[in-house]
Ligand binder design. Structure first.
Ligand code: NDP
Length: 288
C-alpha cells in the first residue's frame, strides 16, 4: 500500500490564509506585524530563501523588509544594527539569514537578537523555554513538522520517534518538541552504530541528514510516518530530499515529499512567530 502524501505546500497555504485574517484583525487594533530580515553577502541559496520569506509575508499583509549588507560587513556593524532593530518599536521580528561569513561569530549574533523578537527561535532563552516545556518562539522547521503531524491527526503520544540528525536548528529541537508531545525519542547521528537497528523501530522517522536519498526503504518499518527534512540540489538543479521517496512511500503510512513537504511549513511558521511577536509587544507576554 502506498503512503499518504503529507502536502506541506497546501497546508501552509491554508495556514497562511488564516494568518491573513488574523493580521487584518490586528490592523483593526493598529498593529501591523513587521518582519525584518538581514542578509549578508550574496549567496544565491540564502537570497532565494530571503525572497521567499519576503514574498510570503507581503502576501498575508505583513510588513517586511530585507536589509542587504555586503560580505565585508564587520561583526560590530551587524551587532550595532541588531541593537537598533531590537529598539525599533515598528519591528516585531528579526531574522538574520544564516550562514554568516566566517569573520562573524554566529552564536554572538543569535544571542544579540532580543528573545522577544527572535522569530527563528534560535536564542538560548527560547531554546531553554522550549526545553522546559514553556511557551517560546520555537524554531520554524521543527514547529512546522509538529504542526504538520497534528494537522493531519497523526498521533504522537506514546509513539517511538527516531530523529536522524542532531543540529541545533533541526535535529535537536524537533526531538525535544516530539518529547514535549509525549513521544519516546531516539536521536541518531553520524557516530550512531547500526543506524538501521534504530530507524526500523521508528513509528515516526524524522530525517535531517543533508544527504540525498540517504534513507532507503530498508531503514523504514512498515507503516511508519516518514518526515523528510532534507533539501539537496541534484546536478540538474532540482530539489530532492534525504529519503528515497519512491521506494519508501511503498512502505510508510505517511510521507512528506521534497519539494512541497517540510519546506513551505518552515516559512509559514516564521510568519506565525512574527504575528505572535507583534501581539506580545502589544503587552500579552508569555503566560508561563
Ligand atoms: P547539519 O549538516 O547541520 O546536520 C546533519 C546531521 O546529520 C548531523 O547531526 C550529522 O551527524 C547527521 N548525519 C550526517 N551523516 C549521517 C549519516 N550517514 N548517518 C546518520 N547521521 C548522519 O544539517 P541541518 O540539520 O542544518 O539540515 C539537515 C537537512 O535539512 C539539510 O538537507 C538542510 O538543507 C535541510 N533543512 C531543511 C529545512 C527546511 O525548511 N525543509 C530547514 C533547515 C534545514 P553529526 O552531528 O554526527 O555530524
Amino acid at each position: 500500500m502506498s503512503a499518504e502524501i503529507l502536502n506541506g505546500k497546501i497546508l501552509a497555504q491554508n495556514l497562511r490564509m488564516k494568518m491573513k485574517e488574523e493580521i487584518n484583525a490586528l490592523k483593526g487594533e493598529g498593529i501591523v506585524p513587521h518582519l525584518t530580515v538581514v542578509l549578508i553577502g550574496d549567496d544565491p541559496a540564502s537570497k532565494s530563501y530571503v525572497n521567499g520569506k519576503k514574498k510570503a509575508s507581503s502576501e498575508i499583509g505583513m510588513e517586511s523588509d530585507v536589509i542587504l549588507l555586503p560580505e565585508s560587513t564587520s561583526e560590530k556593524e551587524l551587532l550595532d544594527l541588531i541593537d537598533k532593530l531590537n529598539h525599533d518599536e515598528q519591528v516585531h521580528g528579526i531574522l538574520v539569514q544564516l550562514p554568516l561569513p566566517e569573520h562573524i561569530a554566529e552564536q554572538k549574533v543569535i544571542e544579540a537578537i532580543s528573545p522577544a523578537k527572535d522569530v527563528d527561535g534560535f536564542h538560548p532563552v527560547n531554546i531553554g523555554r522550549m526545553m522546559t516545556g514553556k511557551n517560546a518562539f520555537l524554531s520554524c522547521t521543527p514547529l512546522g513538522i509538529i504542526t504538520m503531524l497534528k494537522e493531519n491527526n497523526i498521533e504522537i503520544t506514546g509513539k517511538h520517534a527516531v530523529v536522524i540528525g542532531r543540529s541545533n536548528i533541526v535535529g535537536k529541537p524537533v526531538g525535544q518538541l516530539l518529547l514535549n508531545e509525549n513521544a519516546t525519542v531516539t536521536y541518531c547521528h553520524s557516530r550512531t552504530r547500526d543506524l538501521k537497528h534504530f530507524t526500523k523501530q521508528a513509528d515516526i522517522l524524522v530525517v535531517a541528514v543533508g544527504k540525498p536519498h540517504a534513507i532507503g526503504s530498508e531503514f523504514v518499518k512498515e507503516g511508519a510516518v516518514v518526515i523528510d527534512v532534507g533539501i539537496n540540489r541534484t546536478p540538474d538543479g532540482k530539489l530532492t530530499g534525504d529519503v528515497d521517496f519512491e521506494n519508501v512511500k511503498e512502505k510508510a503510512s505517511f510521507i512528506t515529499p521534497v519539494p512541497r513537504g517540510v519546506g513551505p511549513m518552515t516559512i509559514a511558521m516564521l510568519l506565525k512567530n512574527t504575528i505572535q511577536a507583534a501581539k506580545q509587544i502589544k503587552g500579552s507576554t508569555w503566560k508561563n
